[in-house]
Design a protein around this ligand. Structure first.
Ligand SMILES: [Zn+2]
Length: 307
């Protein structure tokens, strides 16, 4: 993909301000740009294959082991790039939630951890070799962006392991990462807290673009504004004061920790008054609404309030 596509003007402006800090290793993987926004974290930027909001994966390089947060769309050679960055150090791979743009790179790895509520979605829909067909025309060329079928990794089965609230990953020498259950954007949503670097990795929660669809056939009550608020309140009451920055899975990195408070307010506003929004548009599948508090916002539908 030769030209960059940005989700909105805000993201374009921000990215152009940091772009010269990014490094590409074209001989390994031309599809990811590597940034260092923290000493021991590599943040890997991936253009969205559908032309939508670009993806971040974050690689936390601990004393003895490393942990990769999310795996993107499966384009390029993410595993090769990770090995270039951390050598043969033992690696954990974690999905922050079950959406395709965070899990289609899983096939390069033998073992991947996710929340139990992400498992049925991934196993029912994504354990099959044709998952990339949706992005390709009949000649194997990208429908929305400039790439070909061969740019995607090969399908391979892998083992899913589960992790949830209270679990942790030990990267050696006392360097421990904590798992926090943060549903709402997806039923199997988790955040990963690195208290040593004082960073929270949030995956699905990001800037003004957090979609709360209210639609999930497995765990519908975990994809509502109410569920999203519960997760945010858990972060605020149980973990605030232990992180200063948020590294999300899309858009601007880092966000300030105060973003959580603004998101909480946005949820409370909408739950108190369902008509509280500044913008709405037709997605072709019903109306989407957006409510902002400061830089933080939520997007929701009529189904986001639950049954
Ligand atoms: Zn998502």
């Amino acid at each position: 993909m030769k030209t960059r596509v940005f989700y909105n003007e805000k993201m374009k402006k921000w990215f152009e301000g940091v772009e010269d800090q990014g490094v590409i290793y074209p001989e390994v993987d031309p599809f990811h740009t590597v940034f260092r926004f923290a000493d021991n974290v590599y943040s890997l930027y991936e253009e969205n294959v559908t032309g939508g909001s670009a993806m971040w994966m974050h690689l936390i390089d601990g004393p003895e082991k490393a942990l990769l947060v999310d795996t993107g769309a499966g384009i390029g050679d993410l595993k090769g790039l990770v090995r270039k960055l951390i050598g043969d150090k033992e690696l954990y791979v974690v999905n922050t939630h079950e959406h395709w743009d965070h899990v289609f790179g899983n096939y390069q790895f033998d073992r991947v951890w996710c929340h139990p509520y992400a498992v049925p979605w991934i196993t029912d829909n994504y354990m099959r070799p044709d998952v990339w067909d949706r992005f390709l025309d009949e000649n194997g060329r990208g429908l929305k962006r400039d790439f070909v079928r061969e740019d995607f990794i090969k399908f391979r089965n892998y083992a899913l392991f589960v992790c949830g609230e209270g679990d942790s990953f030990d990267l050696g020498d006392g360097y421990t990462l904590e798992v926090i259950y943060t549903p709402g954007h997806a039923s199997g949503g988790i955040s990963v807290l690195d208290p040593q670097s004082r960073i929270l990795f949030t995956g699905g929660m990001h800037s003004d673009n957090t979609v709360i669809s209210g639609v999930n056939k497995y765990y519908p009550n975990e994809c509502t504004i109410d569920a999203f608020l519960r997760g945010l309140e858990r972060l605020e009451s149980g973990y605030s004061g232990r992180f200063d920055r948020i590294f999300a899975g899309h858009e601007i990195v880092p966000l300030d920790a105060s973003y959580i408070r603004d998101e909480i307010q946005a949820c409370r506003d909408v739950l108190a008054d369902h008509g509280c929004y500044e913008a709405s548009w037709d997605t072709g599948n019903g109306l989407m609404y957006r409510h902002m508090v400061g830089e933080a916002g939520i997007r929701f539908t009529d189904r986001s309030f639950g049954e």
